[in-house]
Ligand binder design. Sequence first.
Ligand code: SF4
Length: 414
Amino acid sequence: MRATITFNDIEEYISCPRKYFLQPPEEELFKSFEQNTRNLLNLNFSVENPVISINFHEKTLISDPDLIIPDKNGWKIVLKKTAKNFKEKYLLEAAFHGYVFSNAGFPVTEVIVTSEFFTQKIDWKNSLPLLFSTLEQMAKIQPTEPPQPKPCELCKNCQYVFDCTKDLIQKQDLLAIHGISDKTKEKLAKCGIFSLSDLLNFKEKCSKHFDEKLVKKALSLLQEKPIILTPYKKLEPGVFVDIEFNSLKHFDFLFGILQDDKYTPYLCKDENEEKEVFKELLDLFLKLNCPIYHYGPYEPKRFQQLAYKYKEFLPMYERVKKNFFDLYQFLCKHVALPLFTYSLKSVARYFGFTATTQLDSSKANRYFQRWLLTKDDHYLSVLLKYNEEDLRSTKLVFERLNFLVDQDVTSQQP
Ligand code: SF4
């Protein structure tokens, strides 16, 4: 068990114990903020992104909720979310923050979980038994070998994807196949297919449910090389876009563009700058009139939302929207890779990209908040680097898709 525990660590442990045990702890962000938080709380101020720690059975528990506000008999903690519905896991999170702040001398009267769609008050004390039993489980497991891979949401940003893929392939586990559902596994089991090698005889075992794509995906994993699933034409040159969203303040704080290999960040320090940046980008895209490559559904969705928010730009957006091109969808449809997750970071790494920043979207958000609070440009430069690296990764996927189609004779067929 690590010497320090944040709620992110607990979430990580619950989602994938393997990752929790493999990954070194992240401590550097907290220490410098704790004294500042204590000073402000002692003056009875509300504090955004407060940080407080306490000792707990020879460990340090570090709490960093979104907001703390003075309340008549103590303090109210606010946890801001982007989810549409309240989730059970917020109870554990409320217990963690409530417990740490109360034991640090700032008694918490209630924890409020809020998003655009709901607000719920939580009596954090009700979930203390669950919190203590989770911490106890975390303390007990001391594996000589890391726990088994457990494909989950965390995999998409996890640096252990290659090791876990190898581990699953070695065990011939069907979970190594990208996107395989429990329903498909059940169907395969009924056909007597339980392993990757079994899948190679799919047609003989079960011609009725035969799925050629699954066989190609198994082959790609076993042979450790990309395999074309369906033929496609070479992609045209274009521009690349990647947006970073501020979940706390609900606006996009960074629109990164990669054009002719030149990175340009469009930064919004607050929501008031969003409209101007949006217009600048629409002007640029109209002028270029070329494919706008992105990875995943977020970018076109946000452009659509912004066009409805700033309605005067709807006609411009209507002309631009046809040019958005999702490389993730395209990759999934046309190419099998020897990976169980096709997240941008994993795919780019597989194609040879080495990232220098270790952020993900939630850490990027924290860096943005820290930059706004401290004006320390170190946070901003890491953020920009992270955004640029995502764009360069997207470009690399584009280039590799074109390289693969050049190599593959089947794609030349009509
Ligand atoms: S890649 Fe996925 S399964 Fe492997 S350690 Fe990371 S989160 Fe866990």
